[in-house]
Design a protein around this ligand. Structure first.
Ligand SMILES: Nc1ncnc2c1ncn2[C@@H]1O[C@H](COP(=O)(O)OP(=O)(O)OP(=O)(O)O)[C@@H](O)[C@H]1O
Ligand SMILES: [Mg+2]
Length: 231
């Protein structure tokens, strides 16, 4: 079923964190999810090797350029969602994963410099669309934003994306200790201890909103004209 690929050449943009939040939320709501950890540094496999990973979430690692497409296609047949996390570079592997995406999510922090990296990711996706003669829906996701304030720079960057016809998630992934804690301790937000980590309820609501918006985007009909698959 649908494949969601997290991509950005910017290291530390929030790909792995956002991808785990999404995959864990889907799996805890009862969906089967394959997480393809296509980053050779395997940050998500390390997270998954600790206790508390949802039962319905399977993590696959040791993915190569040669295996990524088959791995995605097989996982899409076997599970309700496929989530792919990539390393922060532009490689053949990134291009191949994007070619199989039903939705490419481009996490970015809210500065102009970060946004410039997101623009590079979008340009790469547009090139993959041409190379594979296939539409690849994409959306920018602001990460590590403040839950309390919405700075002017962020608003103006968002406006620039929107005026260029680029979709931006209404939900932002806020900067939260809980999102670091799951990588430190393993498991999901539901397993955190609220005497040790602040604002878990808000972190859960934020992750839930992100997953719901992702599912809603995936349910939208694709414009027929954009489906230019080569027969
Ligand atoms: N929403 C958030 N709240 C708090 N910390 C965050 C958040 N998102 C990311 N981080 C922290 O920022 C750092 C980079 O995040 P992450 O590993 O998710 O980025 P990445 O895009 O996957 O990086 P890479 O390109 O190296 O794979 C990590 O230390 C992570 O814990
Ligand atoms: Mg990562």
């Amino acid at each position: 079923m649908p494949t969601i690929v997290f991509a950005s050449p910017k290291g530390g943009a929030g790909k792995s964190t956002s991808a785990v939040l999404l995959a864990a939320e889907l799996a805890e709501r009862g969906a089967t999810v394959t997480f393809i950890d296509a980053d050779p540094n395997k940050p998500v496999s390390r997270w998954g090797s600790r206790p508390g990973k949802p039962e319905k979430l399977t993590i696959l690692a040791n993915i190569t350029e040669d295996t990524i497409i088959d791995t995605i296609e097989q996982a899409a047949v076997e599970t309700a969602f496929v989530v792919v996390d990539l390393e922060g570079t532009a490689s053949m592997m990134v291009g191949y994963a994007l070619s199989r995406a039903d939705l490419a999510i481009i996490p970015t922090q809210g500065s102009q410099l970060d946004a410039a990296e997101a623009v590079k990711a979008i340009a790469l996706i547009r090139r993959q669309e041409r190379a594979f003669a296939k539409a690849i829906p994409l959306a920018v996701l602001f990460t590590r934003t403040s839950a309390a304030i919405r700075p002017r720079t962020l608003k103006s960057i968002e406006a620039e994306f929107l005026s260029a016809g680029i979709r931006v998630f209404g939900t932002q992934i806020h900067e939260r200790e809980a999102y670091r804690a799951i990588f430190a301790f393993g498991g999901t937000l539901t397993g955190l201890d609220d005497t040790q980590v602040p604002n878990i309820a808000a972190a859960m609501a934020n992750a839930r909103a992100f997953a719901a918006e992702t599912v809603a985007i995936l349910k939208e009909p694709r414009p027929a004209a954009a489906e230019r698959r080569v027969a």
